[in-house]
Design a binder for this molecule. Structure first.
Ligand SMILES: NC(=O)C1=CN([C@@H]2O[C@H](COP(=O)(O)OP(=O)(O)OC[C@H]3O[C@@H](n4cnc5c(N)ncnc54)[C@H](O)[C@@H]3O)[C@@H](O)[C@H]2O)C=CC1
Ligand SMILES: O=C(O)C1=NCCCC1
Length: 299
């Protein structure tokens, strides 16, 4: 299967499961991520189980996240995914979770952009130049056509490296402000714990896919942006427990991505919108099953 067909298959599986999640039916069990904080070491261990009864997928991801020193050779996010046979509880696969995490997160952000970005979006801006920035660049430029792609990163060298490695032209911007001004779609994919994207810089009607800041006291977005934008989340329970951008700004969550997919809540495309992504076990479960089924079919 070509990369683009794999991407479309992943996106349609994710759309279906996010829609099912937002119906809160009995066929889908996914608690909010359990987090074991490792304050002493600047990290946490997250456990992300999920059971999808209709498709009989039983899965858990274990993800370790560490805020590394700049220049560290270790990744900030390290994940392992376990797939089980739900009939017997036997483990059927142990998978590295790096690619699954990178691609499913970008695919979910692309679903939010498909529904919420301005109709004639021309400028994509990526804040951060790490794993998520790379996967978002790949998935977004495959799914949509932009006239300009911009990147900003704390380290100019890293941003330049990112631009060199990208499959098309990327403008490296010297500041967040210059990167985001006039942008139609902004992806925040950093390890920041303080706001770096300010509402006063964001063009009215733009769509922000906010991927970082996954702890209740971490931020990427300022209060103005959170309060002025229409805020969508992947899971209301997840956002209430884990998103500093939601909790500390006091912003109202308008809808879940799945509610938009189901048509029970509208996509307010004409407004400035934020999709606050935290990541969900069901996303890993359907992604891991796609990988497993493909591997099985090749045996
Ligand atoms: N929503 C979701 O489903 C998921 C979210 N994440 C989150 O996405 C974010 C990025 O993850 P990766 O790309 O894997 O990390 P990475 O370590 O590969 O890249 C992080 C980027 O953030 C930048 N950065 C670090 N500290 C910063 C600061 N204080 N201010 C501005 N930039 C800073 C780094 O220079 C780098 O460009 C993390 O916050 C991670 O927790 C990761 C996986 C899934
Ligand atoms: O969903 C995930 O996977 C993650 N989300 C937040 C940060 C660590 C990984």
């Amino acid at each position: 299967m070509s990369r683009s067909r794999e991407e479309s298959a992943l996106i349609s599986r994710l759309e279906a499961v996010m829609g099912e999640f937002s119906q809160r039916g009995a066929g889908l069990v996914q608690p909010v991520r359990s987090v074991v904080p490792l304050q002493k070491h600047g990290g946490f261990l997250g456990l992300m189980p999920a059971y999808l009864a209709h498709e009989d997928i039983l899965c858990t991801k274990m993800v370790a996240f560490y805020q590394r020193e700049q220049g560290s050779s270790l990744p900030t996010t390290q994940a392992t995914v376990l797939l089980f046979d739900p009939v017997s509880g036997v483990v059927s696969a142990v998978m590295d979770g790096e690619v699954i995490t990178a691609r499913r997160t970008a695919a979910v952000s692309a679903i939010s952009a498909k529904l919420l970005m301005p109709r004639h979006a021309e400028i994509l801006c990526l804040l951060g130049s790490g794993h998520q920035a790379v996967s978002h660049y790949e998935v977004f430029t495959q799914a949509f056509t932009f006239k300009e792609v911009r990147v900003w990163s704390r380290s100019k060298e890293r941003a330049e490296e990112f631009a060199r490695a990208a499959g098309g032209p990327v403008t490296v911007c010297p500041s967040v402000k210059e990167a985001v001004e006039g942008a139609d779609v902004i992806v925040t994919a950093t390890n920041a714990s303080e706001p770096l994207l300010f509402g006063k810089w964001v063009k009215s009607g733009a769509h922000v896919a906010a991927v970082g800041a996954c702890r209740p006291d971490w931020r990427e977005l300022d209060d103005d942006l959170m309060r002025d934008a229409v805020v969508y989340v992947d899971s209301r329970e997840g956002a209430a427990a884990e998103s500093g951008d939601v909790i500390l700004s006091g912003a109202e969550v308008f809808a879940e991505l799945g509610e938009m997919i189901n048509g029970s809540m509208p996509a307010q495309r004409d407004k400035t919108t934020v999709f606050k992504s935290l990541g969900m076990g069901i996303q890993d479960a359907v992604s891991a099953k796609l990988v497993y089924d493909k591997w099985k079919s090749q045996q």
